[in-house]
Each structure stands twice: as C-alpha cells, then as structure tokens.
Design a protein. Structure first.
Length: 327
C-alpha cells in the first residue's frame, strides 16, 4: 500500500494519464460504455476548472453554466453556418466564453459570499431566459440548436467513437497538468491565500481583485472548452446547458469529490455520471433519492469528499500495519 501511495505522490500526472487513457479497457468491466466515458471526460474537465475558482479562492459560483452554455452555442453556430472543423469552432467558443467571463467576473467579483453566488445565479438565469425567448431564432428556443447529420471533424478526421474519446482524454490530461502547475505557482498560492484570509492579503498591498478575476477567467476557459467539446461529442445544444441545474450539478460534483484537490472534482464528476447512467438502472425511479442520501452522508461524515475518505482509509491501513510491526 505504501509503495502504491509513493508512486501516486511522485508521478501523479503519469498515473492520472494511465487511468484516463486505459479507460476504454477497464470501464466496460464495471458496466460502463464508450459514449459515457467520453462524457465523463468532458464533465471532469468542467469540474476541474471550477475547482480553480471554488477550491482555491472559496468563491462559489452558481452561474458557471453560462460559459459552458455560450461556448456550446458558439460551437454549434460555427458548425451550422461555417464548417464542421472543430478547431476554428473551439477557438471561437473559447474567445466568446472568455469575453463573457471577463465582463461577468468584473461585475460580480466586487461582492463576496452569498452575494457573489446570487449574482452569478442571476446572470445565468438571465441568459437562460434570453436563449429561450430573445435569442430564440439563433438558439432554437425550447427545441435547442439541432445539427442534423453533422459529424464534426479535425483535419479531416471524424470526431466520433474512440477517436473522440482519446482527443477529449488528451485535453483533460493537458488541463490537469496546467491546473497542477497553477496550483504550485505563486499565482495559485495567492489564490489559496484569498480563501484563507482575503482581508489580511489586501493589507500586504496585493491587488486581490485582479487575482480573483484571473481565477474566474481561467475557470471559465475550462468551462468553455468543456462546453465546446460537448457539442463535438453530441452535435446538439440544449438550453439546459445554460440552466442553473447545470451549475448545481457542478457544485455537487466538487463537494462530493473534494474541493481544492483538483483530482477530487474529477472523481466527483465520474461518480455522478456513472451513478446516473449505470447504477440508476437497477434503482429505478428512486435513484435520485439514493444519490441525495449519499450526498448528505458525504457532507456530514466526509466534509472533504471522496478524497478525504481515501486519506482516512490510508491512515487506518498504515496505522494497522504499524501496530502489527510493533507486535
């Protein structure tokens, strides 16, 4: 056990990449399937970026579906009116999502706590309502933006099946690497200091607002890439991408996995999607009740999420081994 943990600590990125890239081989053993694996990669990227904001700075956004949704629409409109090539579509999507994050971040980050959360929720609901009515001619309204017979491609290679999975997996691995570098950088340390004591940090002369906006924008870029990939994976854009429930699911994933750990929200995203698509089948209509009970149990007994549970199990195993050696 100690040997396995030492490998995880020394080569976390390598281990993460191996687990992700071998997913098509071991995922079917536990009832998974290829399409679900790709979807998990996309949501894991979304949750990973969200952890840079919530886990590092402590700012809880209930409007992160904004960036997921607007980038999805940007990608869909590019596919519909220009080309089925994913590179220009994703570039436009990330630009749109980034611009939206700069504007919304500038307006909302002047507040903190529940006021910040409510403001982000309000912006999200405004855009969701606009997608249903004001911009309905572009978004497709309640029916969503449909792209019939559309097969996105990259440099002539069709993005579907295993090709789509490995492309998405590569993006997730790169995103995880960048997030780890951010976490260990001076920028990342300041973000964590904001969560610890923002007022004291301001007294040192640091422009806290600039760092908060930076974290918000970086987090939104992750969300934009994820939203764009979702349309590449499934050529359809629904208004639910902008709905508050999408942001709510993101928060649940982060809390269940373990905020501020980077790997925790990824685990949370994988668990929730696996539970919804695989474990919900034998549970029937009661699966949401069971998921709610699991979430309550985690909040009460494991405030640090699944990652906290893994740490407790490891400590108990090490403790038992130490007792055995003494005897």
């Amino acid at each position: 056990m100690e040997y396995v943990v030492s490998i995880l600590k020394k080569f976390p990125l390598t281990v993460f990449a191996l687990v992700v890239l071998t997913m098509p081989f071991w995922f079917p053993w536990i009832g998974g399937y290829g399409g679900l694996a790709t979807k998990i990669m996309i949501w894991a990227l979304f949750a990973l970026g969200f952890d840079i904001l919530l886990g590092f700075t402590g700012y809880l956004s209930f409007g992160h579906a904004i960036f997921f949704g607007v980038s999805a629409y940007a990608t869909g409109l590019m596919f519909k009116h220009f080309s089925d090539e994913i590179i220009p579509a994703m570039i436009v999507a990330v630009i749109v999502g980034t611009l939206a994050s700069v504007i919304i971040g500038y307006l909302t980050l002047k507040k903190s706590g529940i006021y910040f959360s409510i403001l982000t929720l309000a912006f999200g609901e405004m855009l969701h309502s606009s997608a249903l009515s004001t911009f309905g001619s572009f978004t497709g309204g309640e029916n969503g933006l449909t792209l019939p017979d559309m097969i996105p491609s990259m440099l002539g290679i069709e993005m579907r099946g295993e090709v789509m999975f490995y492309m998405t997996a590569a993006v997730l691995i790169l995103g995880y690497y960048i997030a780890r570098r951010i976490s260990a950088s001076p920028f990342g340390l300041i973000l964590k200091a904001i969560k610890s004591n923002q007022e004291r940090l301001e007294y040192t002369g640091i422009d806290v607002q600039k760092y908060k906006l930076g974290a918000f924008v970086i987090s939104a870029i992750y969300a934009s890439v994820a939203g764009s990939l979702m349309v590449v994976y499934e050529p359809y854009v629904g208004t639910e991408y902008l709905r508050w429930s999408t942001s709510g699911n993101l928060v649940l994933m982060s809390v269940m996995g373990g905020m501020g750990t980077l790997i925790g929200p990824i685990i949370g995203a994988a668990f929730m999607l696996y539970f919804e698509n695989v474990l919900s089948v034998p549970l029937g209509e009661e699966w949401l009740l069971v998921l709610g009970l699991i979430f309550m149990a985690i909040v009460i007994f494991l405030p640090g999420g699944f990652t906290d549970g893994f740490k407790l199990i490891y400590k108990k195993l090490i403790g038992k081994k130490s007792d055995g050696e003494e005897n």
